[in-house]
Design a protein around this ligand. Structure first.
Ligand code: 5GP
Ligand code: ZN
Length: 112
């Protein structure tokens, strides 16, 4: 998608600090971290939000949590704990309309 920040990051048109990449996901550090560890697990496919996920995307999402687990291990927070968040739509405060899951960790997180 033209003009999508995350599509541009995936294509290497905008720099990012990349932690991981496979056929379906790229994982980068959030530019404006809320916690000591704040990474974004981003689908390579442009999917605007959870509302746009289809059954045809099930192959992509089947590895989402194992990617999250790998990142938690890589960031050494698998023992201390972490939170996974997917904002979808206006009321959730979704800023970037391209599917991503936040992995938040590295310190005590505020209660939901
Ligand atoms: P959302 O509110 O859509 O769930 O979160 C989008 C996240 O993407 C925000 O936490 C924001 O800081 C992050 N973000 C926005 N633009 C960029 C960027 O160009 N690079 C990186 N690394 N993160 C970004
Ligand atoms: Zn996109």
């Amino acid at each position: 998608m033209e003009n999508c920040i995350f599509c541009k990051i995936i294509k290497g048109q905008i720099p990012s600090s990349k932690l991981y990449e496979d056929d379906d996901f790229i994982v980068i550090r959030d530019i404006n971290p809320l916690y000591k560890v704040h990474t974004l697990i981003i689908t390579k496919k442009h999917i605007a939000s959870v509302n746009e996920v289809t059954d045809g995307d099930s192959e992509i999402f089947r590895s989402l949590f194992s990617v999250a687990k790998k990142i938690a291990e890589k960031e050494n927070v698998n023992g201390s704990g972490f939170r996974l968040v997917v904002n979808s739509g206006k009321d959730a405060g979704q800023l970037v309309p391209h599917f991503h899951m936040h992995l938040l960790a590295g310190e005590k997180l505020r209660e939901l």
